[in-house]
Every structure is written in structure tokens, then in C-alpha cells.
Write a protein that binds this ligand. Sequence first.
Ligand SMILES: *Cc1c(COP(=O)(O)O)cnc(C)c1O
Length: 228
Amino acid sequence: MQTIADRLTNARQEIEHAIADAHRPAHCVRLLAVSKTKPVSDIKAAYEAGQRQFGENYIQEGVAKIEQLKMLSDIEWHMIGPIQSNKTKLVAEHFDWVQSVDRLKIATRLNEQRPAGMPPLNVCIQLNLEQEATKSGILPAELPGIAEAICALPNLKLRGLMAIPATNVSEAQQCDTLSQLHALYTELQASADGIDTLSVGMSNDMALAIAHGSTMVRIGTAIFGSRN
Ligand SMILES: *Cc1c(COP(=O)(O)O)cnc(C)c1O
């Protein structure tokens, strides 16, 4: 049976293959291990295999794990799920990154609630390029205004964009969406400092996302096994 360490090694190899195929520099894509619904023991196993960046979708569950794993102080915790505005305080107090900022109100509250003495909270703006009703995220036309407003918030550090493109469409359509996303990312880089993260690509669209400039892929099942 494959261990979490084996699966992590495979995932890292797949990422490096996709990078090489895309003629991009080695190690230019970070791996976020998505540990939602998985026990703390699985996160520890991945940590022991060298993984440091973990993603959680559910606030209460994520905060409980962060508390339990406090002694592993170099873990970087990413919130990647939808956030209700009455839950921002917990997020601001515990996470290192929030990738799922999908409206300015959430950013404003995270900025106000980030405790003094903690470093600025790293954030990505989540885009909904295909305007799918079931997905959160802002529309491309809203991006410049929201990005500018976030850059003015002292307790947040805008790092880039996140998206969850549809994978049940043709490869041509996927490429089209990924190209649009990359163009928006490049524009954002030109308009703000410190933009270094394009978080896109999951298990079944990882190689395509890396070919289109992704700098961070988010992988759950391929590392921790399927969820109930
Ligand atoms: C669950 C989740 C993932 C990981 O999905 P897998 O199919 O388990 O690899 C990545 N990104 C987001 C936003 C998720 O919610």
C-alpha cells in the first residue's frame, strides 16, 4: 500500500514533469497539500515527508487542526474555502494565507481582525472566470478595483489570484479559461508589488494549469486518499 510519503513523492514528480514539459524553470510551482476532512495524523505524516504548506476548506475544522499542530511552527496554513463574513475573525487569528477572498467586505474584515503582532495575512483574490453560479469568486471586471483596495489595507498582503476552473469541459475551453486567468495575473503583477502566486490546478487539471503559468497547485485526494 502506498503511504502518504509515497503519494507526496509521486505528486512532486508529476509537478516537476509538467514544469519540464512546459519549459519552465524547475521548482517554480509550489504544492499545497489539501488536508480537509483528514485527521491530524495524516498532516503529521505529510509534514515528516517534508510538506509545509497545507490547505483547509472549513474554518472550524482548520482552526482545530492549527491548534493541535501548534508545535509544528513552520507549517503554512492556507484557507481555501468560502468564508461567511461572521467567521472572518477566526480566520484572521489563525491562518497564514487566505486564498478565497471573493469580495471586498471579507478583505476589510480580515484586515481589521488580524491581531497586532502577527505578520500581515497573505491573500489571493478568487476569480470566477466562467461565472458559474455554484462557485464563489469575483468577475474579471471587478478585479482592478478590488486589488487596489486590498493593497491599501495594511494588515493584508496581496499575493495573487486563485481559481477553480471547470474540468468537465473540453480541453480547448479549459485552455481558454487558463489563458484568461494568466493574462489577468500578468496585469496584476504589472499594477502591484509582490504578486507571486497564481493558485490554479488540482488533481485532474494540474499539467494543463502548469502549462498556463500556475505557480501553486492544490492537491488533496492524490496525497491523502479519497474523502467520505
Ligand atoms: C478540495 C479542494 C482541492 C483539492 O481537491 P482534490 O480533488 O482532493 O485534489 C483543491 N482546491 C480547493 C479549493 C478545494 O476545495
